[in-house]
Design a protein around this ligand. Structure first.
Ligand code: NAG
Ligand code: NAG
Ligand code: NAG
Ligand code: NAG
Ligand code: NAG
Ligand code: NAG
Ligand code: NAG
Ligand code: NAG
Length: 609
């Protein structure tokens, strides 16, 4: 851990030292200052000296995870380290082997010579002429067999803890309860290493290392809106990779909205044919499968949201009979942004459509996730004035209809073996009652999290005052000269200002909660609403700001070792370093500070206390 600045005397020493920069911060961490070198031939083992290969004639299963089991059907061989290893099936051994491949590639391919973290014209690299002490072994031990839920967990169903030690003699031991814990430990391992500027030497200057680590929150997510802008599959996969480096474990895809419907439904191809921005801007069932499996292999559970009964106007293009208020103006009488459009709330054709949609979609999603999000934000009561089956905007009329609508759709979600998630308006504004295992995603800030947990709901916190990454970059609506221009000037957006990583880092999802309330907070998600975000600026807006939330969610806002709030003074040097690693691993993260600061002593870039 980065040492606290205890005295002025220590400052010059600290400035010359590399920063032991694990991000997110482990729960406990100690290091030394011996140098060890890493060779590509390091012996990597998983549960004993050798690892099981499934013989091709055997059906895949997990039995050889534990030592001493019947081995007659298995061919033994050391876990081979190969670049870019893709698991051929989602078994523990394959997931671990692919994790080892990514971790070692992250070290050997990144070419991370950390000159940006040291004063110019100083000596900070180990002296190669003194000879090399090599790391000998990386022994991975998984102490329990994975369950089917390990790869599609409800919050709390998978143990992600791990212990990692690096001895001065060159033995690395990584122990975890689950294969996902192994993946988390491997990411930490990666962050111990640098490349030497002389070329093909990779070293850690921190031996011996001892780490015990486990997440504070079970749900550590990113929400990506693929409807305002479409994101190609490759951008989503890259985001999953970066999430895994940050030990984040949930990707929530807000896959449709009133603007576009990129999701191909084989049973109703007309919905995306009419509703996608362009035939190229769609996700086929194979794309969805690919995205989810890619996530499973990295311990990132990908789940989907079809927002309803508002935010679904685009269905009007293929099924106009189901939708009211599509693209009506002035939009603000009918919805929060153009184009408007909501399902008719008391209409059997809507229900038949949703039955068909869920029958098509949910069985394909369910093998890789425990959740499905049915949306429910920002439903405008006026919409039902236009519904010939209702013709009312009164709460007393609409509330029972919405209750029935949610009951029906959530029954379908549960029938598919999934747990429903909704936005907070469904229980808080509409007073819809739901089973207590329903997860509620909160975004409106204020007392919402306290109220929801007080009612016994499990909560995902996405407080827009802190964790909305789209905010603060100005309007996307145009404003005509005259009164509109005056009204809009200076064209701030609704959730101005932009959320600096420091503000994101300051947010504790359990602030002001009792222990019982806090226990119901599953975690949080940063939100990437994509009105003005697409593949070209995704990385720079997401990273490293999502990393700040990632550390709060993994490590906790309060440092358990000091009992104090984690400080941006401690975080900044580690985030500077981690940002360099992300860039070198292929994610165009924004910088945290200018190079003068990353090369300097911490106090050179502080606001004077
Ligand atoms: C741990 O690493 C830091 C560099 O981040 C170094 O300053 C410190 O001396 C190391 N600790 C020990 C006990 O060697
Ligand atoms: C990690 O170490 C702690 C403390 O020794 C121990 O309680 C825990 O079981 C270890 N975890 C694993 C997965 O070995
Ligand atoms: C509903 O429409 C009326 C105009 O008919 C408007 O005054 C009112 O603000 C609208 N309500 C909402 C919640 O937008
Ligand atoms: C909903 O539809 C049913 C069946 O058409 C009808 O009997 C009922 O009056 C409608 N409810 C409202 C509030 O319009
Ligand atoms: C309901 O509609 C009436 C008439 O258009 C409007 O005055 C009122 O503001 C609307 N109520 C809501 C909650 O939008
Ligand atoms: C929900 O309950 C609150 C508090 O009782 C009430 O103010 C509000 O009008 C209710 N909303 C609906 C849609 O019934
Ligand atoms: C906690 O309570 C304080 C004082 O009421 C308030 O200012 C702050 O916004 C609350 N924090 C959260 C995260 O709700
Ligand atoms: C952490 O920061 C919050 C908000 O600034 C403050 O209310 C709380 O008391 C702090 N907690 C500790 C343990 O310092």
């Amino acid at each position: 851990m980065y040492p606290p600045l205890v005295s002025c005397l220590s400052l010059s020493l600290i400035a010359l030292q590399p920063v032991a920069a694990i991000w997110p911060a482990p729960q406990s961490f100690t290091n030394g200052s011996s140098v060890l070198y890493l060779h590509q031939n390091i012996e990597v083992t998983y549960n004993g000296a050798f690892v099981c290969w499934f013989s091709p004639s055997e059906s895949p299963h997990h039995v050889c995870l534990e030592e001493g089991l019947n081995t007659e059907h298995f061919v033994y061989q050391q876990i081979p380290y190969t670049y870019g290893y893709v698991p051929y099936q989602l078994t523990s051994k394959e997931v671990v082997q692919a994790g080892v491949s990514r971790a070692l590639a992250g070290i050997f391919n990144s070419q991370f010579v950390p000159w940006k973290l040291h004063k110019p014209n100083t000596q900070w690299e180990p002296d190669l002429s003194k000879g090399q002490n090599w790391l000998k072994t990386l022994q991975i031990t998984q102490t329990s067999e994975d369950q089917p839920s390990t790869f599609k967990p409800l919050a709390g169903e998978v143990d992600e803890s791990y212990n990692l030690t690096v001895s001065t003699e060159g033995d690395v031991k990584l122990a975890a309860v689950s294969s996902i814990g192994v993946l988390r430990g491997l990411e930490t391992f990666t962050q111990l290493f640098y490349q030497h500027s002389a070329g093909t030497f990779w070293y850690t200057p921190y031996a011996p290392v001892s780490i015990q680590d486990a997440p504070k929150f079970q749900h550590r997510g990113v929400m990506l809106d693929t409807a305002r802008h479409f994101f190609p599959v490759s951008d989503i996969l890259r985001t999953i990779d970066a999430m895994a480096w940050n030990k984040m474990n949930r990707l929530h895809v807000h896959v449709t909205d009133s603007q576009s419907w990129p999701l191909v439904l084989p049973s109703m191809p007309e919905v995306s044919e009419k509703g996608a921005y362009h035939p190229s801007q769609t996700y086929s069932p194979a794309d969805i499968d690919n995205i989810q499996k890619y996530g499973v292999a990295r311990g990132v559970e990908v789940y989907f949201e079809i927002d309803m009964p508002g935010h679904i106007g685009v269905v009007s293009l293929s099924h106009p009979e189901l939708i009211v208020a599509y693209n009506l103006q002035p939009y603000y009488w009918w919805c929060a942004q153009p184009p408007c459009g909501a399902f008719k709330l008391n209409n059997t054709a809507v229900d038949a459509f949703l039955e068909k949609l869920f029958d098509d979609l949910l069985p394909r999603l369910a093998p890789y996730t425990a959740y499905f999000h049915t949306g429910g934000d920002e439903l405008n009561k006026n919409d039902s004035m236009l519904d010939e089956g209702i013709r009312s905007n009164s709460s007393e009329v609409l509330q029972p209809l919405l209750q029935k609508f949610i009951d029906l759709q959530h029954a379908r979600v549960r029938e598919a073996g999934l747990t429903p998630i909704v936005w907070e308006e469904i229980p808080l504004e509409w007073n819809v009652t739901m089973a207590p295992d329903t997860v509620v995603q909160s975004w409106l800030g204020g007392n919402s999290v306290k109220t929801l947990t007080g009612k016994g709901f499990k909560v995902i916190d996405s407080n827009y005052n802190f964790w909305y990454l789209d905010c603060g970059r100005g309007q996307w609506l145009n404003w005509a000269n005259g009164a509109a221009f005056q009204l809009g000037y200076p064209f701030n957006d609704w959730c101005n200002p932009a959320k600096n990583w420091r503000l994101i880092y300051s947010h504790d999802p359990t602030a002001n909660l009792t222990a019982n309330e806090a226990a119901l907070v599953l975690g949080g998600e940063v939100a990437v609403w994509s009105e003005t975000i697409d593949a070209a600026n995704l990385d720079t807006l997401l990273w490293p700001r999502a990393s700040a939330a990632g550390e709060v969610l993994w490590s906790g806002r309060i440092d358990s070792q000091t009992g104090q709030n984690r400080s941006q003074m401690d975080a900044a040097p580690r985030l500077n370093e981690f940002r360099e690693r992300m860039v070198l691993r292929g994610v165009r993260s924004s910088p945290v500070q200018m190079t003068f600061c990353t090369q300097g002593s911490p106090e050179e870039c502080e606001y004077p206390a």
